[in-house]
Design a protein around this ligand. Sequence first.
Ligand SMILES: NC(=O)c1ccc[n+]([C@@H]2O[C@H](COP(=O)([O-])OP(=O)(O)OC[C@H]3O[C@@H](n4cnc5c(N)ncnc54)[C@H](OP(=O)(O)O)[C@@H]3O)[C@@H](O)[C@H]2O)c1
Length: 307
Amino acid sequence: MSLHDLLATVGGFTVSFCLLRLLWKCWCLYSEFILSEHWQVDLRTYGKWAVVTGATSGIGKAYAEELARRGLDVVLVSRSDLKLQRVAKEIENKFGRKTRIIQADFAEGDSIYPAIADALRDLEIGILGNGTMCFRTYTKDRRITQVLNCNMMSVTQMTRLVLPDMVARKTGLIINLSSITGVRPQPLLSLYSATKAFVIFFSRCLQAEYKSKGVTIQCVAPSLVSTNMTHNIKVNCCVKSASAFAREALNTVGQSSYTNGCLSHALQNVALALFLPDWLRLSTYFEKRQWKRRGCQETCSAYFKYE
Ligand SMILES: NC(=O)c1ccc[n+]([C@@H]2O[C@H](COP(=O)([O-])OP(=O)(O)OC[C@H]3O[C@@H](n4cnc5c(N)ncnc54)[C@H](OP(=O)(O)O)[C@@H]3O)[C@@H](O)[C@H]2O)c1
């Protein structure tokens, strides 16, 4: 075989490999986000109750409502008792499902979990949705601990509470909300971004450990969703409403254990990797521009600031 033939063969294989990979990616996107509209897992098969943390607003509340709409009774967990009662009433009236509420402040750390375990004891928990979020904390000197407690400890401890029973019943679903900032490091959101990366690794490792035992651990890494956290930013083709996002993301259950939750966010993830790769986003030039654009005052105090 001449050198020319050899190069042509290698080139042919490479192009075929790239085309096949592209086709495979397109098929995955199609089945994850389009086929799933028509072909959904019956979420009631996981168990009677769903537990949702961060259930009084934004994505958590939207998940709680969508789960109730799909026939599950819902336990709502959040910090504010008043908001919990209001959301529980709304769900009962709108979907005719049972609700329970658990008031808990995840920023407090370890001490709250025995009470949550007690409140969940007699329930068949089929689904756990971890949607608590905090980056604006209220105690200045414990800011870092509180963010870690809310964004990482809550996911780990809530998982610990429900997992053994799911394993015993050989079925269950745990949905952990990460973020696109956990997929790609995000300067100026350092602490938040790092906690979200933790959620991805934790979920993917657990999924590998528990899928053979009948339990699915799904990690959802959205881009922008219009909620309190994002100052209720206007919904458009890139920014989803919380309810549309929860509906589409729940459709991906059974299709994918690691997802951006909706087609628009999956495409944004690809575009980000292509047009704003990590080496550029993490460069000093880009970081300086970001500081200027956002104004370091607000951003730093909101997400990460040593004083
Ligand atoms: N919105 C986005 O664009 C976006 C993008 C990517 C990922 N995410 C992720 O999606 C999840 C939900 O975010 P969101 O935008 O829906 O936020 P959100 O609208 O601000 O809702 C946050 C929820 O967490 C609860 N919460 C906050 N601090 C708490 C604490 N210390 N203890 C107990 N509950 C607490 C709040 O309850 P109270 O009101 O009772 O405090 C509220 O129900 C988060 O994990 C976030 O990182 C969001």
